[in-house]
Design a protein around this ligand. Structure first.
Ligand code: AMP
Length: 274
């Protein structure tokens, strides 16, 4: 595996590759969710590039940029064992200059739910993903459904800017109890982790209601909120279509149910695609 820490090193390393390229962008502290993305990319491409970059422009003032878990040595081992071809770990200076041109998230879809709670987050996210997609020269780029709104906005960016890359949506990986894996889970103690299960339980409750024939969004959300009482603070429960328009009634095959809540230190998100 070649580790590239600058754009020049990445470009030099890319000369050794031929065939299709699968790309997995991450912020590191790799877990089984990231690993699943890498495995899927490996199956579908000749070569794999993984990036690890804690992108400062997508963190808001007061968020956990400095405290964000960094596990460089372990991450390198994981990528090496997974037979990643190039691990791109750039410095901030390699990725940004002063007085940059900025991409803006779309006015509606970028400013509801996550975008409402974290205004500006998606602008920074799209800015870095655009840069990384361009640099990787990937045929296929892999993103988790865990960050459903992020995924939708990346797909929109690729469409709106006529970018020549396939965005592949990968299923959410959970631990054996149902907690969606996240680098931020390390902030929680055991008691908090137990309460964090209320997010996946609320989504399971929604599934059961839908399977029982209940399609009214308000009724489902009300029940979910009851399950979510174990969380410290619920930020939102939402039922939207795949284009992130709010739904009054669940549409089978076109619905995402989302939840965001604080449990202890981290703010957790989870969702379910119906
Ligand atoms: P992050 O390092 O948190 O920015 O995540 C990098 C990529 O991994 C994103 O596309 C995430 O959606 C994806 N990802 C994170 N957690 C999971 C998970 N539990 N299951 C599937 N994909 C995930």
């Amino acid at each position: 595996m070649i580790i590239a820490r600058s754009v020049a090193e990445l470009q030099e390393a890319q000369k050794t590759l031929s065939g299709t390229i699968g790309f997995v962008p991450t912020m590191g502290a790799l877990h089984k969710g990231h690993h699943a993305l890498i495995q899927q990319a490996k199956k579908e491409n000749d070569h794999i590039i993984v990036s690890i970059f804690v992108n400062p422009t997508q963190f808001l003032e007061g968020e956990d940029l400095d405290a964000y878990p960094r596990k460089e040595e372990a991450d390198i081992k994981i990528c090496d064992l997974a037979k990643v071809d190039i691990l791109f770990m750039p410095t901030i200076d390699a990725m940004y200059e002063e007085d940059e041109l900025y991409i803006a998230a779309p006015a509606r879809r970028g400013y509801i739910l996550e975008g409402e709670k974290r205004p500006g987050h998606f602008d920074g996210m799209l800015q870095i993903v655009m840069k990384l997609l361009n640099l990787s020269k990937a045929n296929n780029a892999y993103f988790g459904k865990k960050d459903a709104q992020q995924l939708a906005l990346i797909m929109q960016m690729v469409k709106n800017y006529f970018m020549d890359v396939n965005i592949i949506a990968c299923d959410i990986v959970r631990d054996d109890k149902g907690l969606a894996l996240s680098s931020r889970n390390v902030y929680m103690n055991e008691e908090e982790k137990a309460r964090a299960l209320s997010l996946s339980r609320a989504l399971k409750r929604a599934t059961n209601m839908i399977m029982g024939g209940e399609l009214h969004a308000e009724v489902i959300k009300e029940e979910m909120l009851k399950v979510l009482q174990e969380a410290d603070k619920v930020e939102y429960v939402a039922i939207v279509d795949r284009a992130f328009n709010p739904l009054d009634k669940v549409e089978i095959g076109n619905t995402i149910i989302l939840v965001a809540a604080w449990v202890g230190k981290p703010r957790l998100i989870d969702n379910l695609w119906i």
